[in-house]
Design a protein. Sequence first.
Length: 99
Amino acid sequence: MTHAEEWKVGVYLIEEGGTTKARAVLDKDGKSTMVGRGAAHCNPQDVDVPAIGDELAASRAMRDLAGQLMRAADRDLAAMGAVPPDPRTGYGWPEDADT
């Protein structure tokens, strides 16, 4: 059975007063959305390099989004009775834990 979907992620950044905030918005093929958030703060003693703040805030927002996706998958697996026994080291099937 072939299955194909296209999920799009948009990353939105705003910087004000030494703080960069990011939102990573996942559009799951128009069926639902998830939003991850992240921020980065410039130390007043550091040189202000906006690109670094963008990278840090965006990566933190995407990490937040990834965690939400992993928890959603975990709940879906549990609902199907497909939860691996404790101790759990990852999400999904055991061979997926290293990827």
